[in-house]
Design a protein around this ligand. Sequence first.
Ligand code: PMP
Ligand code: GLN
Length: 379
Amino acid sequence: PKSKLPEVKTTIFSTIGVLARKYNATDLSQGFPNFEIDPELIRLVNESMHFGYNQYAPMQGHLGLREAISEKIEKLHKTRYHVDDEITITVGATQAIYTSIAAFVHPGDEVIILKPSYDSYEPSILANGGTPVPVQMSKGDYQVDWTELKEKISGKTRMMIINTPHNPSGRVFSKEEMLQLQEILRPTNIILISDEVYEHIVFNNYEHQSASRFEDLAQRSFVCASFGKTFHVTGWKVGYCVAPKDLMAEFRKVHQFAVYSIHHPIQNALATYLKQETNYLNLRKFYQDKRDLFLSALAGSKFKFTPTQGTYFQLLDYTNITSEDDDLLAERLIKEHQLASIPISSFNIDRRQDGVLRFCFAKKKETLLKAAEILCSLK
Ligand code: PMP
Ligand code: GLN
């Protein structure tokens, strides 16, 4: 059969994960926590199963959860999304992103993405007949060249995807940058996907600037989020997206036939859990402590780094140690040192020589210290 995705290989998260397990490596590759979750959340899911939330949820998502999401966004960003028409619960942010693309990208349409970018964006665009148009962020400080971005807009540009806080660099877009983007998009009909799965994981004085805060951006945006990141439950694969009514109506035309609805007892549990704002506001300090522990344990190493601004990823520049390509080094670290990381060229196809690897610090203290010990031994 003729492949729709001839160039696409198995995702890096599967290939590195398999290798990491084979070599029994300390695993800082794929982004997932290796500590226990809040028992209260498990109790709420059990309770939901006991009290009968065991059949299909409504197509657009459990009402209580949509209400809790609407209240949270209004509290944090002062924008009100209508519970009936503007919020849909999804199978993680991945499905929210894929479905937004499937609903709007026609064959031949262009979609602007900022590189490096999360590895699902390009295949999702290609599978729907679109053409990804990359704009490269600068090496080291991951700034966007807004002039270049503006020049990449053409009559065929249907969508643009941004991600803040950004995986893998950890960059948090400033208010000025979001305003800049808003001005660039204002004269266009471009639909924006704003991937905000790390919205609650920002450090020091950085503040997450959701696209939903900016009126003209909000009117053209699918804002995508993930409970996996926020409540340490990546395996539950529950997320959501919010968008104005006209965009959401098209989204749901696809969603209802690709997925229909999401795990009901988990949605009922999340509806209660999300109402307690400390459950997400405390993430900042929780992960900043982990970041700081990991980085202070790296003090004696030869790696260069700037503390990440957000997300639970830290990039480490290894150019003082070796000039190997990042994919080769990542493989060698697993096989020879039992330490797994992600080569960021997997988010950046042709940039194997940037000299950085990505490490996930959503891990127990002993895992972080073990990883740091191995990293410090590399000379
Ligand atoms: N976008 C980014 C930037 C991510 O890092 C991830 C998680 N790895 C996702 C989307 C997907 O989130 P989910 O697991 O909720 O599908
Ligand atoms: N988002 C996670 C990461 O970047 C992985 C998600 C996945 O495995 N698809 O590590």
